[in-house]
Write a protein that binds this ligand. Structure first.
Ligand SMILES: [Cu+2]
Length: 497
């Protein structure tokens, strides 16, 4: 049994925590309990080949990491891949260092450098964990952004704050030059920050949960220990309510994905995006092949969505499928994309799951972002996998004071599809193509990755507001079509303070 599982069973048996205070300012505005000591989640991720592909502990996806807000997550990463001695490439924006790896906690608000003691690496993607006996004859990236090499193994420590949002996150390899191939092979896994007791409506708190990862091999119903079932059958009883946490972990082609949710026989509601709970649930019943950035349940690579799925209490026995559209091609658009599917079996005696007709949800627990920041910044996704006309060179492109509030506009003048992702801090979307999203538009929301619209004649754009909170240090923004990242579509940001 893994640590994640034993922790889960232990915590299921523990008493509910008293909600005793309201923490304001800082990262968020959330109720936190004062009588709850932060705890530690430990696990080992051994990167090893299985069936000719890199895996975590022999599985793809890796085991589910489960923690509570405020917990510390310790990961002992061991790189047992064979040494390739290929870390020094003439062109740092080509595929290289293919068996060198590291670990990124996608969407977590944690330090991009080290833990608070300075002894352990945190969410630092400039770390390279090389295979045993690897020879690394030169630093990989220019002097200003030189990588730090760790031999064979490394201990990462991710310290979440007590005010960390609860939700669906994920982890994956993020070593520049091997990110695409390693994530494509399956070096990723779910990372769940559990809901604070008493915050979610009862029908969500009581729903049984499934974690679904959209991966190169198809749609995977994950096993908490790692691995899972591709294109699974999910059996539900009349009246049953389930929570599906869906992670788009693909790394091939355009990597966009969505579920065709206009299936008769199920009610599907979106309750969270990118691990951040919405203020209102949204009934999703899309059947059209909208441009993915206009479908609130559409997933750019890296995005997550949480669905509440309900079988009407009077449903009859039936079987049907939910198509999962996965755009695996390098060309534009979604038509002709490959479909996976979730098979649904409605059977068994009716059950009386908790339900509510109230659409209200608690929201992400982040301080609302109502004022327009005075500081603005523009970046341009440009042709040949560049940002602002330059391929990644490791140097700091944006220096931002800690605590800054900024409005960013990311333009896409490539005529092709890309996905903007920033580490450490999420952002609040306000405009698409310069047009402000209405207050009640489901796309006006927090997220950490966003598909960039593109036009044939003029650049597409997204505009968002973000705060650079809590953590100083260097981290990256990049295209989450990971092939593009490896080929140079990445920049280094430094938060100073
Ligand atoms: Cu891209």
């Amino acid at each position: 049994m893994t640590q994640a599982l034993s922790r889960r069973s232990m915590l299921h048996g523990s008493a509910a925590f008293a909600m005793t205070s309201l923490l304001t300012g800082g990262y968020g505005t959330v109720a936190v309990s004062e009588d709850r000591a932060a705890r530690r989640t430990n696990l080992t991720l051994r990167v090893q080949e299985a069936n000719g592909r890199p895996t975590y502990n022999g599985h793809s996806p890796g085991p589910t990491i489960v923690a509570d807000p405020g917990d510390t997550i310790d990961v002992h990463l061991i790189n047992d891949l064979p040494a390739l001695h290929d870390d020094c490439a003439d062109n740092h924006n080509s595929f290289h260092g293919l068996n060198t790896t590291n670990l990124h906690t996608h969407g977590l608000h944690v330090s991009p450098i080290t833990d608070s003691s300075g002894r352990f690496d945190a969410d630092n993607v400039f770390i390279s964990v090389v295979p045993k006996n690897q020879v690394v004859p030169c630093a990989e990236v220019g002097s200003e952004g030189a990588r730090t090499f760790r031999w064979h193994e490394n201990r990462f420590r991710f310290e979440t704050g007590a005010d960390h949002p609860s939700g669906t996150f994920w982890y994956h390899a993020h070593k520049h030059g091997s990110t695409f191939q390693q994530v494509a092979a399956g070096l990723s896994g779910p990372l769940i920050i559990r809901d604070r007791p008493g915050v979610m409506p009862e029908y969500i708190a009581q729903a049984s949960e499934k974690i679904l990862m959209i991966m190169n091999q198809g749609l995977v119903l994950t096993d908490p220990n790692g691995g899972g079932t591709v294109d699974p059958t999910i059996t539900m009883r009349p009246g049953e309510v389930q929570r599906w946490r869906i992670i788009n972990a693909q790394a091939v082609g355009n990597s966009f994905a969505y579920l065709r949710t206009n299936v008769p026989g199920l009610e599907i509601y979106q309750i969270a995006f990118d691990g951040l709970t919405l203020h209102r649930r949204i009934k999703v019943d899309q059947g059209n092949d909208d441009e993915p950035w206009l479908n609130p349940a559409g997933l750019a690579p890296g995005n997550r969505t949480d669905f509440i799925v309900r079988v009407p209490p009077d449903a009859k026995e039936s079987s049907f499928s939910i198509p999962v559209i996965r755009d695996l091609r390098e060309a534009l658009g979604l038509s002709g994309a490959i479909a996976s599917e979730i098979k649904i079996d409605i059977s068994g005696s009716p059950m009386n799951s908790a339900w509510s007709d109230d659409d209200t949800l608690p929201g992400p627990g982040l301080e609302p972002f109502n004022d327009v920041p005075r500081s603005t910044r523009e970046i341009v996704f440009s042709p040949q996998f560049r940002i602002d006309g330059q391929a990644y060179d490791g140097r700091v492109k944006h220096t931002i004071p800690l605590g800054a509030k900024e409005e960013w506009t990311a333009y896409n003048n490539t005529g092709g599809v890309h996905a903007f992702h920033i580490h450490v801090n999420p952002f609040f979307m306000t405009h698409i193509n310069g047009i402000e999203l209405a207050k009640d538009d489901p796309l006006r929301r927090w997220q950490d990755t966003v598909g960039l619209p593109y036009g044939d004649d003029s650049p597409g754009s997204v505009t968002f507001r973000t705060r650079f909170e809590t953590f100083a240090g260097r981290f990256v923004i990049h295209c989450h079509i990971l092939r593009h990242e490896d080929l140079g579509m990445m920049q280094t940001v430094e938060v100073t303070g």
